[in-house]
Design a protein around this ligand. Structure first.
Ligand code: DAH
Length: 352
């Protein structure tokens, strides 16, 4: 077989284009290629001849593989050159598209991306809550009126609907305005005791400015069991804020109104930018509103098929962008979706 080595190598060098090279490669090294058969044939030789023949066959195979690779690289470079200097070359076409059109497999330049800051904080929250026994639930971004509003104790003409500027679809469905509908979906799916978190994207017909986006991320939480109380809610919320803001935080609870909870609260943290002294971020109040929450309204439990005489629950809904902004001192919500790599690459290497 050795005597044919030069013949094979010469044939490789003579292949005049990529298609011819590939055809030659499969005829030599393919599944039943000539050289492949030679290698297989070694096992049929008398025992004492096998080691030497095996070594020779393998060397031949490796030599051919190396020569195929070299020839392919040369032909690819030629093809690319030809494509780039062709009359119909379109300089506005992305180079990889041009290369693909010329049949060239260009190694894609590898630039490692970074995790988006919302993903970073979401992962951290998911880690925390799953370690506390919560499970992660998903729900659809296109919702029905019933799940998004009615089942959450917001009937048709309730004024709370006006505070959530809704993108309505022609068929009467809507883009969910919050992650709360997944409370209902989770209650329908699981019997208590129930502990779920729902990170997800929500939509509102907002005019975009430094603190409003039409698409944003929330993380809903829901716990339903016998004997769940406000004390459980406050403890869970404080744990969550400590982990996310990476320090012990002072919190205060104010009454807040949301139709799906009773009582409802606004949980504020002491402003981490000025330590409560008052600054532009906290609008000189010393506090930042961060976590609306409350005890699940009996009507909501009922809508989810759970007996409110027997079970109670708490729920919360946090705006993930808001948490990320507090955590990293970001002052404009538009940066998250702006696609500016100078912003995003600052999170290079941050994995959690
Ligand atoms: N869904 C509310 C919103 O987007 C936030 C919220 C408030 C969620 C109180 C809750 C809650 O679970 O208990 O405005």
């Amino acid at each position: 077989m050795h005597d044919r080595r030069d013949e094979f190598l010469a044939a490789i060098d003579a292949a005049h284009d990529l298609a011819a090279l590939s055809a030659l490669e499969s005829s030599l090294l393919g599944k039943s290629g000539e050289v492949t058969e030679l290698v297989k044939g070694v096992s049929r030789l008398p025992k004492e001849e096998r080691p030497a023949a095996g070594r020779a066959a393998n060397e031949l195979k490796l030599a051919l593989e190396a020569r195929f690779a070299a020839r392919r690289a040369a032909l690819e470079a030629q093809a690319l050159d030809a494509a780039l200097s062709a009359d119909d070359f379109d300089p506005s076409e992305p180079p990889l598209v041009a290369a693909a059109a010329a049949g060239v497999r260009v190694p894609v330049p590898r630039r490692r991306g970074t995790l988006h800051p919302i993903t970073i904080v979401r992962n951290q929250l998911v880690d925390l809550f799953t370690s506390l026994g919560f499970t992660w639930q998903d729900g659809p971004e296109i919702e029905t009126d019933w799940f998004n509003f009615a089942a959450l104790n917001i009937p048709a003409d309730h004024p709370a609907r006006d505070t959530q500027d809704t993108f309505w679809l022609d068929d009467g469905n809507l883009l969910r305005t919050h992650t709360s509908p997944v409370q209902i979906r989770s209650m329908q799916r699981f019997a208590p005791p129930l502990k779920v978190i729902v990170p997800g994207r929500c939509f509102r017909a907002e005019t975009v400015d430094a603190s409003h986006e039409h698409s944003f991320y929330q993380m809903e939480g829901l716990v339903v069991d016998e004997g769940v109380s406000t004390a459980n809610l406050i403890h869970t919320m404080k744990t969550c804020l400590r982990v996310i803001l990476e320090r012990d935080v002072k919190v205060r609870l104010r009454p807040g109104f949301f139709p799906f909870v009773e009582p409802g609260f606004e949980l504020d943290v002491n402003c981490p930018f000025c330590n409560g002294k008052g600054c532009s971020v906290c609008k000189h109040s010393g506090w930042i509103e961060i976590l609306p929450c409350g005890m699940v309204h009996p009507n909501v439990l009922r809508a989810g098929g759970i007996d409110p005489e027997r079970y109670t629950g708490f729920a919360f809904g946090m705006g993930l962008q808001r948490v990320v902004m507090l955590r990293y001192g970001i002052d404009d919500i538009r940066l998250f979706m702006g696609g500016d790599l100078r912003f995003l690459s600052q999170f290079d290497g941050v994995t959690r």
